[in-house]
Structures are given as C-alpha cells and as structure tokens.
Design a protein around this ligand. Structure first.
Ligand code: NAI
Length: 216
C-alpha cells in the first residue's frame, strides 16, 4: 500500500515508538507538539524526529509543530493499523495464553485475536479472554475462511518450521515468531522474531560492561 513511498526500514522500525508516544499525547488531549518537545520526551534528537517525520511530507509546520492527531493517524496508516488486523495464535500454552490475555493489542492498536490453536485436548475448547482454543485440524479452514494474514507462533521450536510452511501456503503473510528457531519462508511472507532471551542477553552484556568500567 505504501509502495509509492519508499520509507527506509530504519524509519519503519522507529514508527511504532512515535505512534506510542503520540497515542499517549492524544490521551492527554494534547493537540500539538514541537519537534523539540517531542525530542525531549522521547530522548532522540529533534533533527532525527524532523528527518523521520518529514518522510511523510508536510506534517510539521514552522512555529506550530506537529498536529498530534494528524500525525498519529498518518503513522497508523503507514503501519497498516487503519486496516482490520485479525490474527490467530498457534500454541495455546503459557506464552500463547499470555499474548491472548494482553488486552492492549486490541484496545490500543486494534488487533483482534480471532482464535488460538493447539493440539492438546485439554486446551481445545477452553476460552482465553473470550477467545476459543481450536484444534489445529481446523487451522487451514479457519485461515482461509477468515482471510487471516497474521499469526503468532508460540509452539515448541521443533514444530514451528513445518507448521509455518503450511500456514504460509494457506495464506498467512506475517509470522510473529516466538519459537527460538529461524523460519525459512517464501519472500512474500514476513517474519518478525521476538526472542526475549536475546534482549536479556544484551542487557547482561551492558550490566557487566558497565560494572567493569566502574571498577576500573
Ligand atoms: P508451552 O509448553 O506452555 O506451550 C506450547 C503449546 O504448544 C502447548 O500448549 C502445546 O500443546 C502446543 N503445541 C505443541 N505442538 C503443537 C502443534 N504442532 N500445533 C499447535 N500447538 C502445539 O510453552 P510456552 O512456554 O508457551 O512456549 C511456547 C514457545 O515459545 C516455545 O517454543 C518457547 O521456546 C517459546 N518461548 C519464546 C519466548 C521468546 O521470548 N521468544 C519466551 C518464552 C517462550
């Protein structure tokens, strides 16, 4: 949808954070903000903000700043949040259920978890926050009937590649992959890996390096 604008992937990666800050400003009924104020809140340089946001053209006005509502709406559109984003969660264990319980996806960003899927008969049939756990036998039919494009994968890693391949054939275009394994899928399928342990390891690196430099 944004193929006419070539926004760099570095900018795209920063957009969710702008979107989150603008959403918070909106919630406080703040209608406009200068790049300087936004820069102080977000702890990035004002010139970075101007560079990033000028990608979309003409939002900032000299002496006025940014119109919070407009910018929020535009960034939401670029991210595709103005569209229906129905999703499913495959693997209704600890993590799958935690995601289903995380209401902010839905309330703040408009994602709708349509169903969870699992192979465990003890889980099939239960509801998590009003969302049913279905048998994975129904996955193909469900994806096709509801035109689901987005799926979270919260199953054991040895199961993930084969299931993801099937799901891509059935129409899934984006995997939010929590299984600690790389998925090799066709080019028209996007995978966003979320590995909490990796971010934790980055944290420990920083903790120990700062400790060492303080002890020097
Ligand atoms: P869990 O064991 O509580 O849940 C896994 C669920 O997947 C179970 O309910 C199981 O019945 C189901 N399952 C197994 N094979 C399946 C299949 N073929 N189709 C559908 N469902 C199937 O495990 P947990 O703690 O929820 O972790 C799930 C996955 O997420 C694991 O791969 C784990 O390594 C990963 N994980 C990743 C994290 C991250 O930061 N990326 C953090 C925590 C877990």
């Amino acid at each position: 949808a944004n193929s006419d604008k070539n926004i760099s992937s570095a900018v795209i990666k920063r957009l969710p954070r702008y979107f989150r800050y603008l959403g918070a400003l909106k919630a406080k009924n703040i209608t406009r903000i200068s790049s300087k104020e936004l820069s102080e809140q977000m702890m990035v340089t004002a010139s970075q903000i101007r560079q990033d946001l000028n990608n979309f053209g003409g939002f900032g006005q000299q002496g006025y700043g940014y119109n919070v509502d407009n910018l929020y709406t535009e960034i939401g559109k670029i991210l595709g949040l103005d569209k229906r984003n129905d999703m499913i969660i495959v693997g209704a264990g600890n993590l799958g259920q935690a995601l289903a319980n995380y209401q902010s996806f839905n309330e703040d960003y408009g994602y709708k978890v349509m169903a969870l899927f699992d192979v465990n008969p003890k889980l099939i049939g239960i509801s998590v926050r009003g969302v049913k756990v279905l048998d994975t036998d129904e996955l193909e039919n469900f994806i096709k009937t509801h035109g689901i494009k987005i799926a979270a994968l919260t199953i054991p890693k040895d199961q993930a590649p084969a299931i993801a391949k099937k799901m891509a054939e059935w129409g899934i275009k984006g995997f939010w992959n929590f299984a600690p394994i790389d998925l090799h899928l066709p080019d028209n399928v996007t995978v966003e890996n979320v590995h909490l342990a990796e971010s934790l390891m980055t944290l420990t690196y920083n903790v120990h390096n700062r400790e060492e430099s303080e002890n020097e």
